[in-house]
Design a protein around this ligand. Structure first.
Ligand code: AN7
Length: 401
């Protein structure tokens, strides 16, 4: 029905082979469906609730999926912020509204289902936080053990809390995310755990559905699709999904795929700017947006293609720009997101100011994770609550009335 294919040399592998990279050249793999023989009707999709599983014909799962009703997240028109920036058509899709509070759930409902389909008994991932929270949730739902490796001291407290509470075995390594991923990959190859980082081609299949949903919600193809970039799995996944829709004849053009990174952690931006064939890893990535504190993005190869083929852009934003946009989304639009998520909209503000993008464009920004993921960064930016004696005069005085 479908197979795996190397994105570099094109070698194919059967769908039921547990494999994460090409055995011939070591590059990334992608799921390929026989799109010319599939009979998919948009009308059939439209009859189903908006969710990851609305698009099941373009997903690899053939067993009843492990699901917590992920997807179906709101697409908001950012009227106030858009006006400030001079953009009439600025939208944000709030992926923080997923079961575990981030877009990772789209990947994990598919990835953990595939673990069962492939008869794997346990799952693992390295994570800057959200992947571990989501894996812990879906492993709990599936009833299988999960191991997660985190960079010690660099994961937001809400995410650690989730991984612990949902019962994953949580390991903190004295090293960064990139090292944690190498170790997890080695562990999975040597001990047979199923690797659910975004190097896993099946997980990315679930994530492409955020693009499908945005198109369905908007009722048309936006001019630009903007995502925060860490490991670059998400931007690659959404691009793959759009290419499939184009091949099926459901759309006739692709949005300009636009990736935003944190300035202290921006190897993809550099590769696009300097027109490099591949990214140069950042040895010591640093940013307040710990979710995207990633120096060696594993999906960079796919992401560079996505950005270049669609005429997109990659841009970086400073921590200050990220936090300012986090506050603006919260206070001007009522949208609570974690710092990494604000990067996409902060990037658009910057690209509009520099004149790199047109003010008439229809733009969809993905905001990837919920505000409550990282309460420490929120509290640091806000005035503490005003504590008063429990009487009305004190209250009136505190409110300066
Ligand atoms: C909120 O959890 O990599 O470019 O280990 O949590 O697909 O990696 C998280 C990534 C953006 C970047 N926004 O997505 C992890 C992890 C949030 C995130 C990204 C992440 P990719």
């Amino acid at each position: 029905m479908y197979h795996l294919e190397c994105v570099s040399c094109g070698t194919t592998f059967p769908a039921d082979e547990v494999i994460y990279t090409c055995k011939k050249c070591g590059h990334l793999l992608a799921v390929k469906y026989p799109l010319d023989t599939l009979t998919i009707k948009r009308a059939t999709w439209n009859k189903r609730p908006i969710s990851v599983w609305r698009y099941r014909e373009l997903l690899p799962v053939t067993i009843p999926p492990v699901t917590l009703q992920e997807g179906g997240t709101p697409l908001y028109h950012l009227e106030r912020l858009g006006k400030e920036m001079g953009l009439k058509h600025l939208y944000a899709k709030h992926e923080g509204m997923n079961p575990s509070g981030s877009f990772k759930d789209r990947g994990m409902t598919v990835g953990v289902s595939m673990a069962l389909q492939l008869k794997k008994k346990s799952v693992a991932c390295a994570s800057t936080g959200n992947t571990s929270a989501s894996l812990a949730v879906y492993a709990a739902k599936a009833g299988i053990p999960a191991v997660v490796l985190l960079p010690a001291g660099k994961v937001a407290v809400g995410k650690v809390a989730q991984a612990l509470m949902h019962g994953a075995k949580v390991i903190s390594i004295r090293g960064n995310f990139d090292r944690a991923l190498e170790m997890t990959h080695d562990l999975c190859l040597s001990h047979g755990l199923y690797l659910l980082n975004s190097i896993n081609p099946f997980r990315l299949e679930g994530q492409k559905t955020m693009g499908f949903e945005a198109l369905d919600q908007l009722g048309e193809v936006p001019d630009r699709f903007v995502l925060p970039v860490g490991n670059a799995g998400n931007i690659s996944a959404v691009h793959k999904g759009f290419m499939e829709l184009e091949e099926l004849g459901f759309i006739d053009r692709l949005p300009k795929m636009t990736g935003i990174q944190a300035a202290g952690s921006s190897p993809v931006v550099r590769a696009i700017r300097e027109n490099l064939a591949e990214v140069i890893p950042e040895k010591n990535p640093e940013t307040v947006a710990t979710a995207i504190r990633i120096g060696a993005p594993v999906n960079a190869e796919k992401a560079l293609t996505a950005i270049r083929k669609t005429g997109g852009i990659a841009e970086s934003v400073t921590d200050e720009e990220i936090l300012r946009m986090q506050r603006d989304l919260a206070r001007k639009e009522g949208i609570g997101v974690e710092p990494a998520s604000a990067a996409s909209v902060a990037g658009i503000r910057k690209l509009v100011e520099t004149g790199a993008i047109d003010r008439d464009e229809k733009i969809v920004c993905i905001v990837t994770g919920h505000l409550l993921k990282d309460p420490d960064t929120v509290i640091k930016q806000c005035e503490p609550p005003t504590e008063i004696d429990a009487d009305l005069p004190s209250l009136i005085s505190a409110l300066h009335l």
